[in-house]
Design a protein around this ligand. Structure first.
Ligand code: NIG
Ligand code: FE
Length: 401
């Protein structure tokens, strides 16, 4: 069924730029963009439906390419502790942090996890997000990682969004493996990952490369397993210290390395050469009151694609608005609004390996777009929070929000 969406301006985000088309129209056929261009060039055709967008600015549907949005409980009490001066690392060392969310997630049923995640993810959807990546990593044993990944698949069936699931079993050491981190990594590589993959629950593999999590050698072991299963790789790297995780990720042709505050010039060069996307997470930077900035200038100089994401998680970034993260990307990291919009559309699509189908508005790509009632696309980045008036179209259908 062909639908004509007319009377709009479009920031297509092709080639990572606004690439505006003013006085434009889009023709969708089923789930895809069939035609896009200026209204005066619209080919004469019959349309089953014509939708007037009333002069709105249309962008690609936003892509949140790094979230931990499925979890039990929350960590607001830790937030209070941190504000009294206890650090994230200290909380983790005393049994709090990720370990406390692991306890709450293990106790929760699939139904409970699904219900609480849907509430959070609906906030992102209402903000214009039509594609989301969600990680496991609060189960840390086969049954509980599987439970999380199954919930992620159920989210895909419930919400009008494209959902990618990432197995982050190598997020933290589970209590059963205290002081045996190598044995836990072997368990992931020999048992958990192959089984979960076989059950069709995994689209990518991630790990937390950090002094309070896993070493580069342990992460490399996980990467080798992912490679042997033909699964794409991502990595939490250089968030709290510099271990060269991002260079390692680049060596394994990772889709992305994420966080990156402590990365070196050498890491930047390695990522540029490999085409690995730098996913920056201003919510975690802000919430942890980090003072070390990711090396923006160097990333840009070397032509590394920069994506931004919410990192939605209970410990370091309880962020329910990607637009708020976009504002932070511009104010904290000095990305221009155009770069910021690219960071949550086409560059985020690259970070998920979805660049052929998602992330920009072009003929043949999926018809995921947002029609914003604004004067210029920079407004999407400019306003701090709130609910910007918009219409959301996913796979050619308007979503009721
Ligand atoms: O992306 N860095 C590790 N993982 C999460 C935090 C997880 C948590 O604290 O629960 C992050 O910041
Ligand atoms: Fe994360």
């Amino acid at each position: 069924m062909k639908k004509l969406w007319k009377n709009c301006h479009i920031a297509t985000m092709q080639a990572g730029q606004y690439s505006n088309i003013e006085n434009a129209a889009i023709v969708t056929l089923g789930q895809q963009i069939h035609w896009i261009g200026t209204f005066k060039d619209l080919p004469a055709d019959a349309y089953a439906e014509t939708i007037d967008l009333n002069g709105a600015w249309v962008t690609p549907g936003l892509i949140d390419c790094h979230t931990h949005s499925v979890f039990g409980g929350n960590r607001s009490v830790e937030f209070e502790k941190r504000l009294q001066g206890v650090s994230y690392a200290e909380i983790a060392a005393s049994g709090g942090g990720i370990a406390s969310t692991v306890r709450a997630t293990r106790e929760a049923s699939e139904e409970q996890l699904l219900a609480s995640a849907l509430k959070r993810i609906r906030c992102l959807l209402k903000d214009g997000v039509t594609t989301i990546e969600i990680k496991s990593g609060y189960g840390l044993d086969y049954a509980n990682e599987r439970k999380m990944l199954r919930v992620i698949r159920q989210i895909a069936e419930t919400l009008p969004m494209t959902v990618r699931s990432t197995c982050l079993a190598a997020h933290a050491l589970p209590p059963e493996y205290q002081d045996q981190s190598d044995a836990y990594i072997e368990h992931i590589c020999n048992d958990m990952l192959p089984k979960l993959h076989q059950e069709g629950l995994v689209d990518a593999v991630d790990a937390f490369c950090e002094y309070l999590a896993f070493s580069p050698a342990q992460v490399e072991r996980v990467f080798k397993t992912a490679q042997s299963l033909n699964l794409p790789i991502k990595l939490h790297a250089e968030q709290l210290s510099s271990l060269g995780g991002s260079s390692l990720a680049a060596r394994y042709q990772a889709l992305s390395a994420d966080h990156l505050e402590f990365m070196t010039e050498e890491d930047v060069k390695a990522m540029a050469a490999a085409g690995t996307v730098a996913v920056l997470l201003p919510g975690a930077f802000y919430f942890l009151r980090e003072t070390k900035y990711p090396p923006l200038e160097s990333l840009q100089q070397h032509g590394v694609r920069i994506a931004l994401s919410s990192d939605l998680n209970p410990g370091t970034s309880p962020a329910l608005s990607l637009r708020l993260m976009m504002n932070m990307g511009s104010t904290l990291f000095r990305l221009t609004p155009e770069q910021t919009l690219a960071a949550v559309t086409i560059h985020a699509a690259h970070a998920l390996g979805l660049q052929e189908t998602h992330g920009s508005l072009e003929q043949g790509k999926v018809a995921d777009f947002v029609a914003w009632d604004i004067e210029h696309p920079s407004e999407i980045v400019y306003w701090l929070g709130g609910d910007l008036p918009k219409r959301i179209i996913q796979h050619g259908n308007e979503v009721s929000i």
